[in-house]
Design a protein around this ligand. Sequence first.
Ligand code: F6P
Length: 404
Amino acid sequence: MERRKRIGILTSGGDCPGLNAVIRSVVKCASRREWDVYGIPYGTDGLIRVAQGLCSPEDLKLSDHGYDIPGLLHGLDVLQFLSGSILGSLSRGNPQDPHVQAEILAGYERLGLDALIVIGGDGSLEIICQLAEKGNWNVIGVPKTIDNDVPFTEQSVGYNTAVDTVTKMLYDLTFTAASHDRVMVVQVMGRDAGHLALNAGIAGGADVILIPELVPILNSMVVDQICQRLESLRHNRRKFALVVISEGVKNQDGEKEKYIGDRLAEQIHQRSRELCGVHDESACELTQVDTRSTVLGHIQRSGTPNAFDRLLGTAFGKKAIDLIAEETYNQLVVWRNGQVQACSLDDVMPIIRQCHQENRCPGPVQLDSCMVQVAESLGIYIGIDIANQNASSLPRSTAVPVVD
Ligand code: F6P
């Protein structure tokens, strides 16, 4: 008879669609083995609450019996449809204070856990793995982030839904752009990674997509090339345009700017006027380029998870429980070639740590990736010649050792 295990689960870092699908899957798979699952609130802060006696292990026990919805909907299993995290999340910095760390470790001890499932991005995994080494924890990582920049996995939970969300918003913006012959500049999340901007940009019909991997800095050459592209679009009777810019693209001083999309909209407006001034203004396609900027913001992190994120989250949860059952710990579950696999955190963490030390993104868009080539082939401006000039410094793929 298998010993009844005690599993902890927490969500850490920015929320995204699909977190609850992972939690639901873990609880369902664990209950069938008659294990207990403890849902730790607000990431590592929840362990501090346990250590301080603010909540007891019993308070945190999760059951697979669904939720109390009144009337005939009682028993409806809604968890996988809901965005956010029923456990809450935390995106505060690394707890370096030894007292804080001691409390977190004490909370884990008090729960008497056999293993901890951490649903997090690269930053959270780094924090938890550091604590795990100190506390000798058995950790299973589940990657989640709309940025899709966790290395070794093709998709993280939440990313696919975010691509859908941004794609829909680009579609919706197209009609107002077209009605006013406007250039709509749309700022998309992604921190230092351009996956979301690139993929949603292609699916949403963008004319220009700027991502930090290809166009790290918004300099005058980039703005000139965008204006040239707008000119040729107008020449071909497309009077409006959609310009997608990832928030990771830096300004001309090499600094991140909260509203980099606003700056780009202003620069396109200004530069197009200047360029017209040096031509015969009446014949210039760039007269009266009217720009508007939209920052999509946190709406990208919300919305009901799409089918893929429900499936991915559910399959990741099941895999986490399988790994715990065979006592294969210190693993990250990953999605590769249409399958869920696992790879050792000993292989993943050195890459994440090194990237963080060097201020680099651990899972960037590769210059030779399929969608970069697709965008280029469609004639979308992505700054490929600028990227090629810097090709030697661009991200290269890493070898991926997987368990199965
Ligand atoms: O990492 C996910 C993400 O949504 C990024 O795309 C974005 O830069 C950041 O989190 C925003 O974080 P916050 O929750 O602190 O606003």
